[in-house]
Design a protein around this ligand. Structure first.
Ligand code: HEM
Length: 536
């Protein structure tokens, strides 16, 4: 009896295996030997899809560990995914940004997540290969709105102005924490707390504190809307009965669109930053309606918040969990705030602190933040191949990537590459990005992929870095943060690889106690970004 069962099981297993191979050969696209080497899935045909659904973007790192090749092909039903892990080949893809394009994702995001009208989506889809732009055609809606975002966020006046708004908002929030409960402070989830005030600070900076729709309807409502869209991201993207299959995300999205429609109708633009004004102008130039502009604002807010929130959370975790680092950062900052000749223990009632000056004087700050962003980065740099293209690794090897394929340049395998970062690639080193350390080991620009690269390079990178550093300095100067559990010992939360974020998110929040620093209790702090501009 047992041997009969074993025989049947064996026959069924072989039949399933052969069926899988048959399906694989029928539905998998033929592989040209000039293409990057294939990695066959363990489960024929759908193995890579299951892997991606199970592990998210971490699956790319898992596959990269199974092969010595700097680029490889994952066959999927009726398609192929090329995954690039070497900085040289990544630079090669970035140089060919038109045939290896980000544009199709902008279009699909506009259609599926932002629910743009057919007219607006058609405008976004124009000239994907940018052939007309090359011939002096002056661009299109997609390229012009992105140009506006880059223009508005180059280091200088407009950007500094947005950082100053962020600081005003953050200063107010920390005042509240410090004064709250008779000076006892705050107790609760760190990432949730960060989400609340970074959402308001970021949207104040771009939409104007006076008319920010996130304030008009209550900050909590804005946070809930964005979060619901983020959580239901994949289901909304399917575009199948969103009200039934993704009810929270769909409701949140509608509330968001209504709030932003009302913002434009009420003349909110008057108090908006140059970023929003320039985007509005570009949209109007191409005949986009206010309704669609309000929808596109969900894209602006997603880009503005979805990565900055966890990035601030991790930065605070890393800074406050390492006593030696905490002391060093505070020492550097306090040397600027209380220069020799002024009292070390501040008794004065008002202190004006220029964070721009601190950031310039204490390079450890930026180095530390860049290192946090290296280890917590989860960016995929997804591209779509619009034309057959040959990539060259500069060492005599070339690879053909074929039209209509997905190409990903995930940051995690590059950020863990010992050939690039040396034997400490897997450890957290806050001094790694100090200028003097950069002389020791030359790191190619294409190896730090936190903000992506090529012509999809994140336009918000300067704002994000300034926001993170500003919040860090305010917190280091004014507060002590310690975990409520584990007898005050820090244990960083486990990390989740989310499909819609370029920074890892915590699986569970960490409960912390935030208290005012005793030594500076009497100080009335005021933080600015760029003292000259403030006193002008
Ligand atoms: C820590 C914070 C942030 C991180 C880690 C981050 C990361 C990224 C990444 C990885 C990309 C895709 C690049 C590629 O595929 O090569 C991207 C694109 C983008 N980011 Fe950010 N970002 C952050 C903050 C911001 C902020 C504050 C804004 C401001 C509005 C912003 C606006 C955008 C936009 C509009 C795009 C699309 C670019 C395009 O279509 O060409 N990001 N970001």
């Amino acid at each position: 009896m047992i041997s009969l069962l074993l025989l049947i099981t064996g026959v069924v297993t072989i039949a399933l295996y052969l069926l899988g191979r048959l399906l694989t050969s029928l539905l998998t696209l033929p592989h040209d030997p000039r293409e990057p080497p294939l990695i066959h899935p363990k489960i024929p045909f759908i193995g890579h899809i299951i892997g991606l659904l199970r592990h998210g973007t971490k699956y790319y790192s898992m596959m990269a560990k199974t092969t010595p090749h700097p680029i490889f092909t994952l066959p999927v039903p009726n398609g192929r995914m090329y995954i690039v892990t070497s900085p040289t080949l990544i630079a090669s893809c970035d140089r060919r940004a038109k045939p290896i394009s980000f544009a199709p994702y902008v279009v699909e995001f506009g259609r599926r997540i932002l629910a743009g009208s057919p007219h607006a989506v058609a405008l976004l889809s124009e000239d994907l290969l940018e052939e007309r732009t090359n011939r002096g055609g002056g661009g299109n809606l997609r390229t012009q709105t992105m140009a506006a975002m880059h223009r508005a966020q180059v280091p200088g006046g407009e950007l500094d102005g947005m950082v100053r708004v962020v600081l005003r908002c953050v200063g107010g929030v920390v005042d509240g924490v410090v004064a709250g409960d008779g000076g006892v402070g705050f107790e609760g989830g760190l990432f949730e707390w960060v989400r609340g005030f970074v959402t308001v600070a970021g949207t104040d900076a771009v939409y104007g504190a006076e008319t920010n729709p996130f304030r008009e309807r209550g900050a909590a409502d804005g946070v809930v809307c964005c979060r619901a869209v983020d959580r239901d991201f994949a289901m909304l993207g399917l575009m199948v009965l969103p009200d039934i299959l993704a009810p929270r995300g769909s409701r949140g999205r509608k509330r968001f669109f209504r709030a932003f429609r009302e913002y434009y109708a009420a003349g909110g633009l008057e108090t908006a930053s140059y970023l929003i004004k320039a985007r509005y102008e570009a949209n109007k130039k191409y005949g986009v309606s206010d309704e669609d502009i309000a929808r596109f604002d969900l894209g602006v807010c997603t880009a503005l918040l979805v990565n900055t929130v966890p990035a601030v959370g991790w930065t605070l975790c890393h800074a406050f969990s390492d006593r030696a680092l905490l002391a060093k950062l505070r020492q550097g900052i306090e040397a600027v705030v209380f220069p020799p000749g002024r009292p070390q223990i501040a008794t004065s009632t008002r202190l004006l602190v220029d964070i721009k000056r601190i950031a310039e004087a204490v390079p450890l700050l930026e180095s530390f933040v860049r290192e946090v962003l290296r280890v917590e980065s989860n960016s995929a740099s997804a591209r779509f191949v619009l034309q057959d293209t040959v990539l060259d690794d500069g060492a005599g090897n070339s690879y053909l990537v074929k039209k209509d394929s997905f190409l990903g340049m995930p940051s995690a395998p590059v950020h863990a590459n010992e050939a690039v970062w040396g034997p400490t690639a897997h450890t957290f080193d806050p001094t790694r990005f100090l200028p003097e350390r950069q002389k020791e080991r030359k790191i190619p620009a294409s190896a730090w992929r936190t903000f992506g690269g090529g012509n999809a390079l994140c336009p918000g990178r300067h704002l994000a870095l300034r926001e993170i550093m500003s919040i860090l300095v305010v917190m280091l100067l004014r507060c002590d943060v310690e975990p409520c559990e584990e007898k005050g010992r820090w244990k960083l939360p486990a990390k989740r690889h989310h499909i819609s974020t370029s920074i890892l998110t915590p699986v569970d929040d960490i409960r912390v106690r935030i208290r005012p620093r005793k030594e500076f209790k009497k100080v009335k702090w005021e933080f600015v970004w760029g003292l000259e501009a403030e006193t002008r």
